[in-house]
Design a binder for this molecule. Sequence first.
Ligand SMILES: Nc1nc2c(ncn2[C@@H]2O[C@H](COP(=O)(O)OP(=O)(O)O)[C@@H](O)[C@H]2O)c(=O)[nH]1
Ligand SMILES: [Mg+2]
Length: 370
Amino acid sequence: MASTRLILVGGFLGAGKTTLLAQAAARLARQGHRIGLVANDQAADLVDTELLRETGSQVEEVAGGCFCCRFPDMITAMERLVRDSQVDVLIGEPVGSCTDLSATVLQPLKELHRERFALAPFSVLVDGHQVRVLARLREKAADARFPDNVLYIYEKQLEEADVIVLNKTDLLSPAELGELQGMLAERFPRTPIMTMSAANGDGVDAWLDYLHDGHAVGGKIVAVDYDAYAAGEAALGWLNASAKVRAEQDVDWSAFATRLLEGMRGALRSLAAEIAHLKLYLTTADGHVVGNITSNDGPLVVRGHIATGQCAAVLLLNARVHGEPDLLATIAEKAMQAAAADGQMDVTLTAMRAFYPGRPQPTYRYREVV
Ligand SMILES: Nc1nc2c(ncn2[C@@H]2O[C@H](COP(=O)(O)OP(=O)(O)O)[C@@H](O)[C@H]2O)c(=O)[nH]1
Ligand SMILES: [Mg+2]
């Protein structure tokens, strides 16, 4: 059987992976490819899956653990896309708090599934803010957003990349861009560094071309201390919730999304609980709205459109925060009720899971590059 191209895009929570998957899928589809996308999370009810479905590509999700701990599920999902939907390019996004992917996913793919999947260089996305955080980590500054063990994951993710992609360049001045590229090149001198705005598409074609050009794939395995890694993952409270929202009359769904995200951010700020990624997806019979926040001080972005006259929506809410899961659940529920009450709406929770991710236990862990 012919092999299927497989592109994996890593990077921390909020770096822009899902945005890039959607961009790449659209471009490759225009070139006549059939695309399969694979989302991944610690639990079900994923905003990312809905976002990826918008692209018109086939989407699978691997929920309940990272690709590394759910390797057989990842293979099954990919094989299903190839068999049932005849896709010829697969693009996957591992959980943003996951690292050691070269040892646990890339090497087993290379050794055990060489005939099935033609793996592209492993790209790790990073946004400028995160690069600065890393620099401050090395200086041991007290104002880092997350504790050291979370920053340990950031750093390991970049260390194992075949190619680092500095994303969100649209938010940077040329001088800042040059400075950040310089910082990355100094810290990771053996790794090619590309730049991109996944949001507006700048650099995406150049990146897709690069993946084709025969560069190293899974070229390094880095030393990862699993105690530090597990402590980093367990420092982040995780929440996946779904709810039904109803209104008596026509409502402004974007305003509801903004109120909900602002409400949560306000409560989290007052506890000094730093947001890694807070996102929501509201679906109605005619249109949807997406909302995102990737730090306590960063922009709140709401986009999408819902036609007038839509009085019922399904809400998906995903939060990854440096704070306790139970507290996160309470904050989320209160913010939902408050945002609904402000718009004379009614919200009914249909599922809510709040937890710390468990210790990573990869299916495979290679010691050497194969
Ligand atoms: N300004 C800007 N925002 C971006 C870019 N890429 C992603 N984002 C935004 O960053 C947030 C997180 O993006 P997402 O793709 O969900 O990140 P993920 O967690 O890595 O999958 C969303 O609000 C995106 O719209 C970019 O190139 N520029
Ligand atoms: Mg994502």
